[in-house]
Design a protein around this ligand. Structure first.
Ligand code: CA2
Length: 148
């Protein structure tokens, strides 16, 4: 069985506690449960993580890359949070691994402030999911299944 990594970046641990008009009312644990269901339905094991630290996200991308090299990775779904708009290090990590990665945003970043319109992740991503709320995570897992 292949593993899907779902990686979440800075401040996503606050999901459901503030800004419900932008990010909804579900918590990160609700998202984890939703991902568990979607992975079970698509025959994937799940590795679900969140970090507020850029380097830790880089380390996890390398870990996913090692699994990819063994043929055991379904792919990575990455909501890099605000690092989406700042992090060359995350782009380099993705490009260095050769993993299949879906960039995900809960909100439609293109309908928000101009600084959210540019992504350092997109050039290294296979696909981009934005604006579907937290249900985007389930849609992205189904998308990964279609790419196997
Ligand atoms: O829409 C998304 O998923 C974002 O990746 C979320 C990031 C934001 O910087 C990106 O531009 C778009 C922010 C995550 C912070 O999430 C919070 C949730 C609830 C309360 C406070 C922050």
């Amino acid at each position: 069985m292949k593993t899907a990594f779902v990686l979440n970046g800075p401040n996503l641990n606050l999901l459901g506690t503030r800004e419900p008009q932008v990010y909804g009312t579900q918590t990160l644990n609700d998202v984890r449960l939703l991902c568990e269901r979607a992975c079970a339905a698509n025959g994937f094991a799940l590795e679900f993580r969140q970090s507020n630290h850029e380097g830790e996200l880089v380390d996890w991308l390398h870990e996913a890359g090692a699994l990819h090299a063994k043929g055991k990775l379904a792919g990575v779904i990455l909501n890099a949070g605000a690092y989406t708009h700042t992090s060359v290090a995350l782009q380099d990590a993705i490009k260095g691994t050769g993993i299949t990665l879906i960039e995900l945003h809960i909100s439609n970043v293109h309908a928000r402030e101009a600084f959210r319109h540019h992504s350092y992740i997109s050039p290294a991503a296979k696909a981009v999911m934005a604006g579907f709320g937290v249900n985007g995570y389930a849609l992205a897992i189904a998308g990964l299944a279609g790419m196997q």
